[in-house]
Design a protein around this ligand. Structure first.
Ligand code: NDP
Ligand code: HSE
Length: 451
């Protein structure tokens, strides 16, 4: 059988891993694909940049046309990242009759509809296993292994950079800035790491999963998101004292209009028609399975109506785990499986279920609340009165003794309140009032509690 011709767009962290795999394991890959996977071109931006040894320099070009015009290139791997250039390149390549493998979740989450339409129009397939969960085969699990189910909920850690930062802050008291720089050095972070730490990357991945699991194409703005940027070691320590760990979670779950109970792995019934979603730091009990996911690992709970609860775990970022997912897609393309899946699934086709996105203010949760307050009489009473006015019941309170100030002025101390389950909207309204008290130094910090 003739070789399967491949071109790479991008030879950074992921592209280098893909090139290495293709060049270092030809026999293994030929056996799995039934034909030779032949790397013919690598398109990069900077012709002068030194490239990893072991990748022939003759493969590199800065000219996309060299790929478009090469009839022997059948599939192109887009691992450039970003949106504008990547989108135009993918559309041009589809029009030129090339299949696409991409790891670019930002591109799919924002332009999935246009790109998949172009794929269908030109009779080409798009595979994207590496776009969510790094090396974890979660796209394959949802598209194939769980195909018989109505998915009821998704709950996971989908950003390796954030999990890496949080792990070291929690276990060793490392600084946020140091760990972010370390994640960048290790190749986990996006070119613009703001996307990682503000929750956007997790939201991109959640949007892709929601498209497959629930058949809904959502604008990113439909996913309420908070990240871990600026997370304070103080909250990580208080979480620990209370028996919790803070993790950045992406969650989506179906529920009946009337119930709205906790986001945290509480699927309701297959007949539900409301979709609740968010990306947020969540306090998880220290022994909860997702609380035990460390470093750049990702994990995802998927609950299906027939299968029940399933869990997927593995390295969510980094060179070789991501290359593993990309090369698996290439093998599927060479065999023809990816083309069949692409045709039959009709993702981003506009043929969606009629699911309503749930108003985030109606979602119910317990909350952790840290206020910086003056240590003087009446402060606690003011705060508890506001909470009571909003029907918010307190589960526990922590305030450690302050050291006496020499000049007799009130000390500012952290006051921690854990609430019982309340609607998010009531909690936020109470918080706005609390932050207007003269005895409180805003903004107070809050996280949903998942248990
Ligand atoms: P890098 O920044 O390491 O590499 C980007 C590559 O794209 C570089 O080789 C760069 O060229 C090339 N490039 C950028 N712009 C252009 C352009 N205009 N024309 C041609 N080439 C261009 O990115 P990563 O490898 O980390 O990520 C790539 C994609 O994979 C992103 O979409 C990312 O979200 C996704 N991803 C990344 C993971 C990770 O762990 N890093 C995991 C899962 C997905 P040059 O080398 O000349 O600068
Ligand atoms: N920046 C991403 C992360 C890469 O840290 O998870 C994997 O998608």
């Amino acid at each position: 059988m003739e070789p399967f011709g491949i071109a790479l767009l991008g030879c950074g962290t992921v592209g280098t891993g893909v090139a290495k795999m293709l060049l270092e394991h030809p026999d293994r890959l030929t056996a799995r694909a039934g034909r030779k996977l032949e790397l013919r071109r690598i398109v990069v931006d900077d012709a002068k940049k030194p490239r990893p040894s072991g990748i022939p320099s003759s493969l590199f070009t800065t000219n996309l046309r060299a790929v478009i015009d090469d009839p022997a290139v059948q599939v192109v791997v887009e691992v450039v990242g970003g949106i504008d250039w990547a989108k135009q390149a993918v559309l041009d390549l589809l029009a030129a009759g090339k299949h696409i493998v991409t790891a670019n979740k930002a591109l799919l989450a924002t332009h999935g509809g246009e790109i998949f339409d172009a794929g269908r129009r030109h009779g080409q397939a798009i595979a994207f296993e590496a776009s969510v969960g790094g090396g974890i085969p979660i796209i394959g699990a949802l598209c194939q292994g769980l195909a018989a189910n109505q998915i009821l909920s998704l709950q996971g850690i989908l950003n390796g950079t954030c999990n890496y930062i949080l792990t070291c802050m929690t276990e060793n008291g490392c600084s946020y800035a140091d760990m972010l720089a370390d994640a960048q050095r290790k190749g986990y972070a996006e070119a613009d790491p703001t996307m990682d730490v503000d929750g956007t990357d997790s939201a991109h991945k959640l949007a892709i999963l929601v498209q497959i699991a629930f058949g809904v194409a959502l604008p990113l703005s439909a996913i309420q998101r908070r990240g871990i940027a600026g997370i304070d070691l103080l909250d990580i320590r208080f979480a620990k004292e209370l028996g919790y760990t803070i993790k950045l979670l992406a969650e989506a779950w179906l529920e009946p209009a009337a119930c709205g109970l906790a986001p945290h792995a509480k699927p309701q019934s297959a007949k539900c028609d409301q979709l609740a979603m968010h990306v947020s730091p969540v306090m998880l009990r220290q022994n909860a399975p997702l609380a035990l996911v460390r470093d750049a690992y990702n994990a995802l709970f998927v609950v299906g109506d027939a299968v029940g609860s399933t869990l997927y775990y593995g390295r969510g970022a980094g060179q070789m785990p991501t290359a593993s997912a990309v090369v698996a897609d290439l093998i599927d393309m060479a065999v023809g499986r990816a083309q069949q899946t692409f045709r039959s699934l009709k993702l981003w086709s506009g043929n969606h279920r009629n699911i309503v996105v749930r108003d985030p203010s109606t979602m119910r949760s317990r909350f952790y609340l840290r206020m910086m307050v003056e240590d003087r009489p009446g402060v606690m009473a003011d705060i508890t009165r506001i909470l009571a006015n909003h029907q918010i019941s307190i589960a526990s309170v922590i305030q450690h003794e302050a050291l006496e100030h020499a000049d007799g002025e009130s000390e500012i101390v952290p006051l921690i309140i854990m609430t019982h389950t309340v609607p998010t909207g009531s909690f936020r309204a109470a918080l706005d009032e609390i932050d207007r008290l003269v005895s409180v130094r805003p903004p107070s910090v809050y996280y949903p509690v998942g248990d």
